[in-house]
Ligand binder design. Structure first.
Ligand SMILES: Cc1ncc(COP(=O)(O)O)c(C=O)c1O
Length: 340
C-alpha cells in the first residue's frame, strides 16, 4: 500500500527507536524528565521563544494556547477551515468556553484588512470582545498553503494595535520554513504562542510542543495537567521528537519535491492545480470528475493507494518520509488512470 492519507502515518526510523530506547527519563509532572526538558528548550530556542511545553497531541497544544489567550465567553477569530475549530472536537468551546467567529476559508491567502474589520473591542454593551487571532501555517484544508511573511507581519501589527494574542497552529510550520527558507525563529517571534507537531512530517510517533513566554508556559503547565496531559517518564517518547527535530527537518524538502511531482503527473486530469502545491499536500478538486472523493478513495484502495476523502468532491494526498519516489510514481499512475 502507498499511504498518502496523511503525514501522521509516518513511523519511527530505527535510529529514532534507538534514541527512544536509550532515553534518560524522570517524572515530567515534577519537571524532572531531562529528555523532555531538553526537547522543550531546543524547540523553544528554534522558534525564538523563552519556553516550551511537551504535549501528547497537537490538539492539546493548540487548545492550551487558546485557553491562555481567550478568557471564557470572549472571542477568537480564525479561518473557517481552521483545524483548531473544525477538527478538535469543539474543544475551544467545550473546555475553554471560547466563543469564535471565522473569516471565509482562505488558507494562505488570508486578508488582514478583512480580519481587522471583524475585531470587536472590549466595552460594547452587547458584544463580547475579541481577544485572539489564530492562524494555521501551513494550512491543512487549503492544501498545505503558506501564509506569506508580509501577511503575518500585518497580523502581528494588528494584534499589537488592538492588544490581541496571535496564536499559530504550526503543526506543519516546519514545512513552511523548508518551503520558503524563512528561518523558524522569524516565524516564531511573530506569534505569542506556537504549537508544532513532532508526529507528522518529522516522523516521531507522538507529541507536540507549545512555545511561548516563560510566564505563559508556567500557566500552560497548569492547563495541561487539568486536561489530563501531565505525563510521567515521558522522555521515552520525547526522545523520538528530539531525534526528529535534530535530524528530520531538512528532509521535508524531499516530501515537497514528491508532492510537486505527483501534482504535475496528475495535472492533465484537470483535478489538480499543480502551481498551488507549495509543501507536502496535494488537493484534488473533483467537482467536474465522474468520481466523487469516496468513490475515488475506494477505487484507489483496491489498487494499493490510500488517499483521504475530504468532502464529497475534495480529496487529499500527503507526501511524507514513508513514501518513496517509486511509490509516488505508482500512485500517480493509478490515480491518473482512475481519473481519465
Ligand atoms: C493543522 C493541524 N493542526 C493540528 C493538528 C492536531 O494534531 P494531533 O492529531 O496531534 O492532535 C493537526 C493534525 O492533523 C493538523 O493537521
Amino acid at each position: 500500500m502507498v499511504d498518502l492519507r496523511s503525514d501522521t502515518f509516518t513511523t519511527p526510523t530505527p535510529e529514532m527507536r534507538a534514541a527512544m530506547a536509550a532515553a534518560e527519563v524522570g517524572d515530567d509532572v515534577y519537571g524532572e524528565d531531562p529528555t523532555v526538558n531538553t526537547l522543550q528548550d531546543e524547540v523553544a530556542a528554534l522558534l525564538g521563544h523563552e519556553a516550551g511545553l511537551f504535549t501528547p497531541t497537537g490538539s492539546m497544544a493548540n487548545q492550551i494556547g487558546l485557553q491562555l489567550a481567550v478568557p471564557p465567553g470572549e472571542e477568537l477569530l480564525a479561518d473557517a477551515a481552521a483545524h483548531v475549530l473544525i477538527y478538535e472536537m469543539g474543544a475551544a468551546a467545550a473546555y475553554g468556553g471560547i466563543s469564535s467567529r471565522t473569516w471565509p476559508a482562505a488558507g494562505g491567502a488570508l486578508d488582514p484588512a478583512l480580519v481587522e474589520s471583524m475585531i470587536r473591542v472590549p466595552g460594547g454593551y452587547d458584544t463580547n470582545a475579541t481577544r485572539a487571532i489564530a492562524v494555521e501555517q501551513t494550512h491543512n484544508r487549503s492544501g498545505g498553503t503558506v501564509i506569506p511573511l508580509d501577511t503575518l507581519r500585518s497580523l502581528r501589527a494588528l494584534c499589537d494595535r488592538y492588544d490581541l494574542v496571535l496564536h499559530c497552529d504550526g503543526a506543519r510550520l516546519w514545512n513552511a520554513h523548508v518551503a520558503t527558507g524563512v528561518p523558524l525563529d522569524v516565524y516564531g517571534r511573530l506569534f505569542d504562542s506556537v504549537s508544532v507537531c513532532l508526529s507528522k512530517g518529522l516522523g516521531a510517533p507522538v507529541g507536540s510542543v507549545l512555545v511561548s513566554s516563560r510566564a505563559a508556559v508556567a500557566r500552560a503547565r497548569v492547563i495541561r495537567k487539568r486536561l489530563g496531559g501531565g505525563m510521567r517518564q515521558v522522555g521515552i517518547i520525547a526522545a523520538g521528537g528530539l531525534h526528529a527535530v535534530r535530524h528530520h527537518i531538512p528532509r521535508l524538502a524531499e516530501d515537497h519535491v514528491n508532492a510537486a511531482r505527483l501534482a504535475r503527473a496528475l495535472a492533465s486530469t484537470g483535478v489538480v492545480d499543480a502551481d498551488a502545491v507549495r509543501t507536502n499536500i496535494v488537493l484534488l478538486d473533483l467537482s467536474k470528475s465522474s468520481l466523487d472523493a469516496a468513490a475515488l478513495a475506494d477505487a484507489a484502495r483496491a489498487r494499493g493507494v490510500l488517499i483521504s476523502d475530504m468532502g464529497p468532491r475534495k480529496a487529499r494526498l500527503v507526501t511524507h518520509m514513508n513514501v518513496t519516489r517509486p511509490d509516488i510514481d505508482h500512485a500517480a499512475a493509478v490515480l491518473a488512470d482512475l481519473l481519465t
